[in-house]
Write a protein that binds this ligand. Structure first.
Ligand code: SAM
Length: 211
């Protein structure tokens, strides 16, 4: 059983109590996108590494057509909604799937995967975003207080209770703009909005658009 299966079957104390409540990043994303994607009903959204689906459920409540992707079957079991399409797979296995969408959303999942998986999924997103469609990501920054905890596992990566690859905002925005030709609409390092209990997470938040 993986760390995330244990987490989502409540064997590890986590944020499953918050399943009925969207994250602050989901709220931020929808507010931010109001001027770029004003008609939010019926937008096709893919939530990559959706976990217990608390943000996927919020997008569903807003009338969007949501596909929730996660490798953990136990995570997807926590999304009891008919309206949300669930795909249990490794996000790097999406490479052969053709699916046009308006919003690709990744909260706390970019830092959960190795660089080669991230590169593969970001290329897939760039290929499948509709013109004007957006990619929204929140992930732990290299300035997060947990950076350096545990065993080193590659550049900016450590295995503590589980794998985390902390994100350098400048490297990420350069990759999105230069390699994937996305337009950066918003890029920030955020020191307060993602805090949860004693986890004082420092995160990068990026929203990029297919031109
Ligand atoms: C920190 S949790 C974030 C969950 C959710 N997005 C949230 O904000 O609450 C990371 C999630 O990424 C999923 N994940 C990790 N590696 C993955 C991969 N290679 N493919 C698909 N999902 C993956 C885990 O199962 C877990 O649900």
């Amino acid at each position: 059983m993986t760390y995330w299966d244990n987490y989502y079957s409540n064997k590890i104390i986590g944020d499953n109590a918050l399943v009925g409540e969207p994250s602050s990043f989901a709220r931020f994303t929808l507010g931010f996108l109001r001027c770029h994607l004003p008609q939010q009903r019926d937008l096709n959204v893919v939530d990559l590494g959706c976990g217990n689906g608390r943000d996927a459920a919020h997008f569903d409540d807003c009338g969007m057509k949501v596909t929730a992707v996660d490798r953990s079957r136990d995570a997807l079991r926590l999304i009891p909604r008919e309206g949300i399409a669930k795909l249990c797979c490794d996000m790097s296995d999406l490479a052969d799937v053709e699916q046009a969408f308006h919003l690709a959303y990744m909260r706390f999942s970019l830092h959960a995967v190795e660089k080669k998986v991230a590169d593969c999924v970001l290329q897939w997103v760039a290929r499948n975003l509709l013109p004007g469609g957006c990619l929204a990501m929140e992930a732990r920054s290299v300035n997060d207080p947990r950076y350096g905890a545990g065993q080193s596992a590659g550049e900016h990566a450590f295995v503590d209770s589980h794998y985390r690859r902390f994100i350098d905002l400048d490297q990420l925005t350069a990759q999105l703009a230069t390699q994937l030709d996305l337009e950066i609409l918003h890029a920030e390092e955020n020191w307060s909005d993602a805090h949860h209990g004693d986890d004082k997470a420092v995160v990068v938040r990026v929203i990029a658009r297919n031109r």
